[in-house]
Design a protein around this ligand. Structure first.
Ligand code: 3NM
Length: 221
């Protein structure tokens, strides 16, 4: 673990994930707008149809990273450890198909390490191998991730809590301001969102509504 859990929990509150394929508008404008609306963490996830590769990907990453830096929002890179190291990102997020978390932890030192987990075995392994937080999903149906697993609702978050697993966790998949509250109600630390912000007419307004939804629910606890 590289970050104190309390700090990690705060950062996970409203975690915006995006790459060029998720935006109909200019990604830099979308990110600036989302930051104004209150996102707490950002992940660069350059995947999907027509996504950038090589130099183009590197340039977009650097532009988005500098917007995050200006606004003190930590910048996480999805999957691409080499890119994260090259631009000195604040962390990486990996799935189960990527290199083992233990190998990634060695490569990135004390940067933030997030791991997607879908069952107790994967969760325990990720924790043992040095994850700072777990991504849990898909909570609701999503069409953003082509190879998403079956929708799990809140059942796996409850299972983790019942097993006394207390690593910071964030829900993902089909989350909007309307359906975010139950996830926080299950004591997840936050929500991660692509479409509800990246495709909104106003990313700022959408982020603000999500921020309110998670805070109102969080304050009840
Ligand atoms: N990971 P949206 S679901 C990137 O289940 C990702 O691990 C998932 O996008 C998982 O907010 C997902 O548009 C897509 O539904 C989330």
């Amino acid at each position: 673990m590289a970050v104190k859990s309390a700090k990690m929990r705060e950062l996970l509150r409203l975690y915006f994930i995006m790459g060029s394929a998720n935006c109909s508008d200019n990604p830099e404008e979308v990110l600036r707008s989302a930051i104004k609306g209150g996102i707490t963490l950002f992940q660069f996830r350059e995947k999907g149809k027509g996504c950038f590769q090589g130099e183009e990907k590197l340039h977009l990453a650097k532009r988005l990273q500098s917007i995050c830096r200006e606004n003190h929002i930590p910048f996480i890179v999805n999957d691409d450890i080499e890119l994260a190291l090259e631009i000195d990102a604040d962390g990486v997020h990996i799935g189960q198909e990527d290199e083992p978390a233990s190998v990634v932890r060695k490569k990135i030192g004390n940067k933030i390490l997030g791991v997607s987990a879908h069952n107790l075995g994967e969760a325990k392994k990720a924790i043992d191998e040095g994850a700072d937080y777990l991504g849990i999903g898909p909570i609701y149906p999503t069409s953003t991730k082509e190879d998403a697993k079956a929708v799990q609702g809140l059942s796996f978050i409850r299972e983790l809590k019942n097993a006394n697993i207390n690593i910071p966790i964030v829900g993902i998949g089909g989350i909007t301001a309307e359906n975010a509250a139950p996830i926080i109600g299950t004591r997840a630390d936050g929500v991660s969102v692509i479409t509800a912000i990246s495709q909104a007419d106003s990313p700022e307004a959408s982020a603000r509504m999500l921020y309110k939804a998670v805070h109102i629910e969080g304050n009840k606890q």
